[in-house]
Write a protein that binds this ligand. Structure first.
Ligand code: HEC
Length: 113
């Protein structure tokens, strides 16, 4: 009984910590309007300024998205568009947006969220 409660408490603490570290998906949902124009297109291609493939973000790991955005911002990844977009994002924006994409399966609404 007390062992079970201990485990539940530990799980709840772990979940709370994860949620904090991973950012706020609800806030990210508000912030991703700047990204949907490219990353939300079915087929993941954009026609402006030229036709190129846009990576799918939905379902991607939050940590991966944040690290990619930091690399664009720092100039470690070279892509003019993404560098200028990442330059305008705070670390909290990145965490929130990443949390949102990590739990969305590429545009589909997650049931119950
Ligand atoms: C104008 C179109 C456009 C917009 C707007 C845009 N992106 Fe991108 N994004 C791209 C393209 C194209 C790439 C691939 C760049 C490359 O090859 O490095 C990319 C790459 C990425 C990657 C790396 C993915 C990977 O698997 O390597 C992340 C993360 C990302 N974008 C996040 C975002 C976020 C978050 C936003 C909104 C704040 C955003 N993008 C807005 C076009 C866009």
């Amino acid at each position: 009984m007390s062992r079970t409660r201990l485990i539940i408490a530990a799980l709840a603490a772990a979940l709370a910590t994860t949620a904090q570290a991973a950012g706020d998906p609800a806030a990210g949902r508000q912030k991703n309007f700047q990204c949907m124009g490219c990353h939300g297109i079915p087929g993941w291609k954009t026609a402006f300024p030229e036709v190129y493939q846009v990576p799918k973000l939905g379902g991607q790991h939050a940590a991966y998205i944040v690290s990619a955005l930091k690399q664009y911002k720092a100039g470690d990844r070279d892509h003019a568009t993404m560098r200028s977009i990442a330059a305008g994002l705070s670390e909290q924006d990145m965490e929130d947006i990443a949390a949102y994409y990590a739990q969305s399966a590429g545009g589909a609404t997650v049931a119950g969220k």
